[in-house]
Design a protein around this ligand. Structure first.
Ligand SMILES: [Zn+2]
Ligand SMILES: [Zn+2]
Length: 354
């Protein structure tokens, strides 16, 4: 099989040839047809995540080596199954749930594998979707996507479920309560579309890019605000005249998190999702007096992805914008470069030509 691996030493993407695995037990082998490209893969290619004044967190600290096969938004066709697989068969076209844990700790047994301290992410610790095949450790991580556009279905596994899980952390709220979404890239747009599908009627999109705000309005945002590096509570309140009950921050850098903390209404909830790096310094007295709930959210669990796929199948969820590239060494590199240079609106999905 061919993989398009990232080498952190020189940040290169190179094609690697290896033996195609044979599935055993509950394992399933897929031939990949669609592979979404995520902004977090830019950080992975760099080999570290930004931790503000605490420096950088290396990929090695997250259990990854010097070369990894990234890609965690995967749709493929089953080409072989292990002897204990009962529900999946050769020819099925399926979506991969990639956020695996150890499978044994209390959080994994509770269905929250994404909160496991021993992550085994497909496209992180385990080889992922920038390849022609992927081995999935258990058939239970494969979801039926019958009737869905496979390129869009692929994006549900990360950008979709990340926004769905963040939304689950702010709801229930009355449909008129303002919910601000900071960052209207692929994940933020998906959040706006899901909120709209769920009947929410007051969503504010904030972004640095006018094209993203236009897409946000098309996805159902009722207000938009064009940010710049000077944007603060004062400029936002000046333009909009109110404070939101909830803020979902898909950028989550020093500026946006500070803006959010200063802007949120008393008793409001902030959900921090983005991995852009930086830090939030909070007056502890204000945190108490304003009764702010401040929490983080990282991807989502298998139950949430299952619910989201059902929502998509119901036809209520507008399809998020997707652009395409080839699933190849150049395709992976070009897509990551374009995302890093902020040249892409919406999501990029790489498509295999086989
Ligand atoms: Zn992702
Ligand atoms: Zn676990």
């Amino acid at each position: 099989m061919k993989s398009f691996a990232a080498f952190t030493a020189d940040q290169s993407i190179r094609e690697v040839e290896s033996e195609t695995p044979s599935p055993a037990g509950k394992e399933v082998l897929l031939r990949i047809t669609h592979s979404g490209v995520c902004h977090s893969d830019i950080h992975a290619r760099q080999g570290h995540f930004d931790l503000g004044s605490r420096g950088k967190m290396s990929l090695a600290a997250r259990g990854m080596g010097e070369s990894i096969v990234m890609g965690h938004e995967i749709v493929g066709e089953v080409v072989a199954v292990g002897g204990d697989v009962v529900d999946k068969k050769v020819g099925d076209r399926l979506l991969v749930y990639p956020w695996l844990g150890c499978g044994e700790c209390t959080r994994c047994l509770d269905g929250r594998e994404n909160a496991c301290t021993r992550s085994r992410t497909i496209g992180g610790q385990l080889p992922g979707g920038y390849a022609d095949h992927v081995l999935v450790p258990n058939e239970k991580y494969l979801l039926d996507i019958n009737g869905l556009d496979p390129s869009w279905a692929a994006t549900l596994a990360c950008s979709g479920v990340t926004s769905f899980s963040a939304i689950n952390k702010v709801l229930p709220l009355p449909p008129e309560a303002p919910i601000a979404v900071i960052g209207a890239g692929g994940v933020g747009l998906s959040a706006i579309a899901i909120l709209t599908a769920m009947g929410h009627r007051n969503t504010i999109a904030l972004d640095l890019n006018t094209a993203n705000l236009e897409l946000a309005a098309a996805a159902g945002a009722t207000h938009t605000f064009l940010m710049d590096s000077e944007s603060s509570r004062a400029t936002v309140v000046d333009a909009l005249g109110f404070s939101p009950d909830a803020i979902i921050d898909f950028v989550n850098n020093s500026q946006t998190s500070t803006l959010g903390f200063d802007w949120i209404v008393k008793g409001g909830i902030m959900v921090q999702v983005g991995l852009f790096g930086g830090e939030l310094v909070v007056p502890t007295t204000l945190l108490a007096m304003k009764m702010i709930t401040l929490r983080g959210s990282f991807v989502g669990n298998l139950g949430e992805l299952t619910e989201l796929v059902e929502l998509a199948k119901s036809g209520q969820l507008p399809q998020a914008p997707v652009s395409f590239g080839p699933l190849s060494e150049d395709g992976v590199r070009n897509a990551l470069d374009a995302l890093e240079a902020r040249l892409v609106s919406g999501r990029v999905v790489l498509v295999a030509n086989n």
